[in-house]
Design a protein around this ligand. Sequence first.
Ligand code: ADP
Length: 451
Amino acid sequence: MFEKVLIANRGEIALRIHRACREMGIKTVAVHSVADANAMHVKLADESVCIGPNASADSYLNIPAIITAAQITGADAIHPGYGFLSENARFAEIVEEHGIAFIGPTAEHIRVMGDKISAKATVEKYGIPVVPGSKGEIRNYKDAKKVADEIGFPVIVKAASGGGGRGMQIVRSADRLEEAVNTASREAEVSFGDGTVYLEKFLTLPRHIEFQILADKHGNVVHLGERDCSLQRRHQKVLEEAPSPALNSEMRMKTGKVIADAIKAIGFVGAGTIEFLYEEGEFYFIEMNTRIQVEHPITEMITGIDLVREQIRVAAGQPLTMSQEDIKFHGHAIECRINAEDPFTFMPSPGKIKTYHPPGGLDVRVDSALYAGYSIPPYYDSMIAKLIVHGKSRNDCLMRLRRALEEFVIDGVKTTIPLHEKLIREPDFIDGNYDIHWLEHYLDNLDLDNL
Ligand code: ADP
């Protein structure tokens, strides 16, 4: 097993990884920007290294500084968390070239899955259904028109290297197609340095349902069921739940098996998520994430399995601690992503935390790096806490979530807690009756003057 892990991340996920390491008897190294000198991940780690100025590009994305930090502290593995360098194949390669273990899949698997066109082609080969669309890249209007005529409008133009919901253009009729292809490609070039785009059918009322998998180096692969992440704003997840209100056990186990078999055939190792759109009983693959995800705790709550611990174990060559038969699903879990933003206009709200009182009690988990007196810097993602609640049934979970949100005090900045309090009281949400567009419609119809 590793003796010392460098955590190449910040915020709640850096703490999450630190906690897993601690419980395994592994020492941790935090890295941080100048702005994060007083951050909680720095305080908790055994050692810390400042890797650069405030901007992420100069610090959390600074590969030479991170490698040097690992070398001077003698870390034998690097955990990338999510975001930042977690899906950078070149980074994984460089880490390994320096004789340090990368806690994640091989660079090759990151590369194949990081390009959505090759990811789609790969999983389709192993029997996973994909969204109908272009077989590969769309080079010009003529290509796009041909595919769109075949599959019918509306269509969506997407960036092959896209992420974070950026670089997508929905097209409802042929006269807007040329412009959309050009805009998406230009946006993709600016955001991802790769203007490659492809086209697929735009599903009008789907849910976003994703499956968690774990795979070790000995050919063992398990799935841990699904998460429903349909509550989204601008293609970004806001609240997630497991299991999905739309699936039954038979559908879960059947689809999970197809996925686990495909992952085994692909030879992927580590923790991964296979994302689908789900409409009228059918699954359509959209992408695979080759890292731990923000919403992983809801899966931990219903399975009792520590995903980060398993991730570290398999990177060290150890076998998974469970087989598919050992995985049992208990009750229901919901995660609310709490951002330092106005809850209804979503204007960022960085600043100093005056009072911090997280909720507690049975089956309530808060993953956050906040503390009273901490100043949230304006340079990074606005997510400051995740509230994760478990209950015996979905209804118990909802009642507990109401109570926990009421208890949560974060004073000094605006947060999205009031939005979550409203959302979970909506009849559609209570009925589990929502798709990926529901939240945007809901927000569009809110009367901001009478909240
Ligand atoms: P990213 O990597 O940027 O998150 P994804 O491919 O995972 O991009 O898509 C993000 C979200 O965009 C999905 O959860 C869904 O809401 C929407 N989306 C993507 N593809 C489609 C599609 N073919 N039809 C409808 N919505 C889509």
